[in-house]
Ligand binder design. Structure first.
Ligand code: ADP
Ligand code: MG
Length: 209
């Protein structure tokens, strides 16, 4: 009977260093001559489509794929030891059974992605993966207001309207026209679109705290 693979989850808000950590682990695996399939989501067009890129601009080669069945197909092409998936939230909950199959085939899996939406809600499938992983690395970013640990990120236009009203901790966020879990390119951005926030300074919630 084949040994099952090990599931590692790297989760956090934007800017928390998830992609940097994934790249570090992939580099180590490559040095150890482990066959790794590195998957990015084809929606992520921040840079060259065939890379995973961090907010610092560092990148590694990756196979850009648009859905879960394409990951399964790519995994069949070679006898991979490890499958590393960037921006896993964009593949949706359908990723869960496919990752489970990989694990039962003895393939290790690193699932990396946002565990929280820009309006402060759990972002599946990351929370479900966190529940059953052998290892969970839960990262935080740096709050752009106070420098404390940021467990949230929020869209910049929400931030500006809240800061303008000078009531950053209590005001109701404006209604977003974009569902926080939508698979949409506008969910992919950098410092011009999103900011990291601690619990105190997060104003992007759909409900008033
Ligand atoms: P993620 O994949 O989690 O969005 P990345 O690995 O792409 O994050 O980028 C992390 C890098 O982003 C940090 O090492 C740092 O240089 C940069 N950065 C920019 N803004 C912030 C912030 N508010 N908090 C932490 N890191 C930030
Ligand atoms: Mg990233």
């Amino acid at each position: 009977m084949t040994d099952t693979g090990r599931l590692t989850v790297i989760a956090g808000p934007m800017f928390s260093g998830k992609s940097e950590e994934l790249m570090r682990r992939v580099r180590r695996a490559t040095i150890a001559e482990i066959d790794v399939l590195v998957v990015s989501h084809s929606l992520d067009t921040r840079s060259d489509i065939s890379t995973i890129t961090s907010h610092t601009g560092v990148n590694i080669p990756a196979v850009p794929l648009g859905d879960v069945s394409s990951i399964a197909e790519a995994a069949r092409q070679k006898d991979y030891d490890l499958i590393a998936i960037d921006e896993a939230q964009f593949f949706g909950p359908e990723l869960i059974p496919t990752v489970d199959e990989f694990l039962h085939q003895g393939i290790g899996v690193i699932v990396e992605g946002l565990c929280v939406t820009f309006d402060g809600q759990p972002f599946e499938p990351l929370p479900s993966f966190m529940a059953v992983a052998e290892e969970v690395l839960r990262l935080t970013a740096v709050c752009t207001v106070c420098g404390k640990d940021a467990v949230f990120h929020q869209r910049l236009e929400q931030t500006e309207s809240q800061i303008d009203s000078n009531s950053a901790t209590s005001a109701q966020a404006p209604a977003s026209t974009l569902a926080a879990t939508a698979i949409d390119a506008s969910h992919i951005g950098g410092l011009d679109t999103y900011v990291a926030r601690c619990r105190q300074h997060f104003t992007g919630g759909s409900q008033e705290a």
